[in-house]
Structures are given as C-alpha cells and as structure tokens.
Design a binder for this molecule. Structure first.
Ligand SMILES: Cc1cc2nc3c(=O)[nH]c(=O)nc-3n(C[C@H](O)[C@H](O)[C@H](O)COP(=O)(O)OP(=O)(O)OC[C@H]3O[C@@H](n4cnc5c(N)ncnc54)[C@H](O)[C@@H]3O)c2cc1C
Length: 353
C-alpha cells in the first residue's frame, strides 16, 4: 500500500500548481491524470492582465494576485530549469474616441498604476488600423502553458509522483480518517478536473456555467511585432516568434463540445481583419472548455459530507493569475486551519448539495 498526504486528480493548471504548492510545504502528493479528457489549460494563451478592459477597472484581487503569481512562476522556472513565464506590455489600439477619453481619465485614478500614460499615435501604423492611437497595460504578460505543463509532467514522472490514467470514482474507499484509491492511501483526494467535474459523482452539484473558447494560430509573413508586446483590440494577438501568432478567443455558452467550429473560426478571422491590414494564413485551430462558475469565482474546499474529498477548480477565464494565490490559501486552510476566502469556498453553494 502506497501512502501519500494528497492525491490530486487532474494535471491542468489547477492540479499542477496545487501539487507544487504542497511539495513546497513538504507534503507528499500523487497526481492522477488522463490528459486526453480536457485541453483547456494546454490551448490557453496563458495571458494575465490586471485590468478589465471594458470598464478599465482593476480585475478582482489584482493587487494581491500579481506579486504572488510572480514569485510562484519564477520559483517554478528555477525548479524546472525552463523559461515559460513572460512579462509583456498589452497594447490596446483604441476603437473609438470615448474609449480613449475613458483611458485618459482612468490614468489618474487608482487603476492608473496599471495603465501607461504614453499614447503612441503612430504605433505600427503600416500594419494595424490605428486611427486613435494606442496605450499599454502595465504588469501583464503570459505563461506558455504547454511548456509549463510538459515541464511539470516530466518532473512529476521522474519523481514517481504521477499515474497516467482516468480516475475511477468507484474505487474510492473511505476508512476512518483516510481515503483509499486502489492501492494508495491518502489523507485527502483533491479533484482538479476542470470542466470534467460535471461528471464527478461527489461534486457534480457545483454550479458551473461553462464557457467554450476557440483560438486560431496564424502566420502573418509581413508582420513583425516584438515579442515583448501582446496586441488587444476585440481579439488578442500573441506573438510566438517566426511571424506566428495566437489569436483568440471566442466565448460560447450553448455548444459545449470540445470541437472546433466554422462559426468560431469566422468570428476570429473577422475580428483579426479589423486589427491587421496584412494578409495572413491559418495554421492551427483549437477549442477548449473553461471551468467558469455562475458567480465567476473559484470553487475551492472540502466536500460537505466527506472531509477526505476536496476540490480546487472554477479558475474560469483566469487560471494563470488565480491558481497560485488560491493554491497557497487552500494549502494553509488544509494544513493550518487558516480561513478560506468565503467568496471561493464551495460551502457558499451548500443549498445546491
Ligand atoms: C480558448 C481558451 C483560452 C484561454 N485563455 C486563457 C488565458 O489567456 N489566460 C488564463 O489565465 N486562462 C485562460 N483560459 C482559461 C484556462 O484555460 C483555465 O482557467 C484553466 O485551464 C483551468 O485549468 P484546470 O486545471 O482547472 O482545468 P483543465 O485544464 O481542464 O485540466 C483538468 C485536467 O484534469 C484531467 N482530468 C479530468 N477528469 C479526469 C479524470 N476523471 N481522471 C483523470 N484526469 C482527469 C484533464 O484531462 C486535464 O488534464 C483559456 C481557456 C480557453 C478554453
């Protein structure tokens, strides 16, 4: 019988980040993952941005999340000897006069620490539609999620911390204050299954409001923006090098298959054509399901009846920013009985159970 403190089901952003946080606290973990079940974390552009574009306000907990995220990914890069975390300027060409006026007003408010005052009226004028100038969000960037997850997977496998299979819920046996899964005994099993939690018999009552997203990868031979920038105007355009760019993303609430669609592709092409003046070709097209929740807050905590089952999920559209901070909070809650933010605690939905 193998014994660990925690079994983690799922090695997307949530499961990987939680596992590393446990390891930092000298807790033993085993991850069980069948990566074919959801590709949300792998296809995500991994952008992080402290500002909500539409209203130009700070995104939820931005001041707390950013320094935490910075330290977490920098440490992870050292541990895994790989570079996957990048700071970038998010450049926003203004679509209308009102948008620019709002920006000029907000620069002088508290959110102004994340907004650049400089407006380059002639920024990339040969390649993008830019009649009203641009400005920049400061302290944004992206995580190369594919590289991050692969590096973690190799690390977990090399250290025998990984089981590559689909988790079988019928194999859970509760015994005293422990829980057994096949030949493994753990204190707690924590489910980090992304949107697949809707099929989990213990947590399917959680009120997800899932959002499908599609993303295209394009080659723009005559476009050469520096990879320290991300462009954002209706869609984001993230440089991957060699004139290749990721462009996304769509938001869809009714078709929740992981299949790519013509509708999604057409929407992204139309939006890209409104930003870029240059010809481009599509070289890839992907789709995934974001684990979004009715109140747009994560879903974290222990099962109301089974204290040896937990969940770390609901990272929605912002897994990169949210997961490091809340993994740390969840681990402190489990290990030191410190408080869990009530806005993320699953017990806020106890009536649905
Ligand atoms: C198109 C798109 C663009 C996005 N862009 C961004 C972005 O720019 N920035 C950002 O922060 N976020 C972005 N997101 C959101 C981000 O992807 C999510 O917040 C994040 O991936 C959620 O991670 P997760 O680990 O909870 O879930 P998932 O990524 O779904 O991972 C769950 C893992 O568990 C495995 N699994 C599930 N069930 C089982 C089981 N029974 N047994 C074994 N394994 C199982 C799955 O195969 C998977 O490996 C985007 C999402 C999409 C779809």
């Amino acid at each position: 019988m193998k014994q660990v403190n925690y079994i983690i089901v799922g090695q997307g952003l949530a499961g990987s980040i939680l596992a590393l946080t446990f390891l930092k606290q000298n807790k033993s973990v085993l991850i069980i993952d069948d990566s074919s079940l959801s590709q949300a974390s792998r296809i995500a552009a991994g952008l992080y941005n402290p500002v909500v574009f539409k209203r130009l306000v700070k995104s939820w907990l931005a001041d707390e999340l950013l320094p935490f995220m910075d330290e977490f990914y920098t440490d992870a890069e050292k541990l895994l000897d790989e570079k996957f975390y990048f700071k970038k300027k998010i450049v926003k060409p203004f679509a209308e006069e009102q948008e620019r006026k709002l920006w000029e007003k907000k620069v002088n408010e508290e959110v102004g620490k994340y907004l650049s005052e400089i407006i380059y009226d002639d920024f990339l004028n040969d390649s993008i539609y830019n009649p009203l100038g641009v400005s920049e969000i400061k302290h944004g960037g992206n995580l190369n999620t594919g590289l991050f997850l692969n590096s973690f997977r190799n690390y977990f496998k090399q250290n025998n911390l990984m089981l590559e299979e689909k988790f079988d819920y019928t194999q859970i046996i509760f015994s005293n204050d422990k829980v057994n899964y096949k030949n493994i005994e753990a204190d707690i099993i924590i489910f980090c299954e992304g949107y697949k939690t809707i099929d989990n018999p213990y947590f399917s009552w959680l009120p997800f409001k899932l959002t499908k997203g599609e993303i295209i990868t394009v080659r723009i031979p005559d476009f050469n923006i520096d990879d320290e920038f991300v462009l954002n105007k209706g869609v984001f355009i993230l440089p991957l090098g060699n004139h290749i760019y990721k462009v996304g993303a769509t938001y869809e609430w009714t078709d929740l298959s992981e299949q790519i669609t013509e509708k999604g592709k057409t929407e992204l092409i139309d939006k890209l054509k409104k930003v870029i003046k240059l010809p481009f070709e599509i070289i890839d097209h992907e789709a995934g399901i974001r684990p979004t929740v009715i109140d747009r807050r994560p879903l974290i905590g222990l099962h109301p009846k089974h204290n040896s089952l937990g969940v770390f999920n609901g990272m929605g559209t912002k897994g990169v920013m949210l997961a490091p901070y809340f993994a740390n909070q969840f681990v402190s809650f489990l290990e030191n009985k410190s408080a869990l933010n009530k806005e993320v605690d699953i017990l806020r939905f106890i009536k649905s159970h």
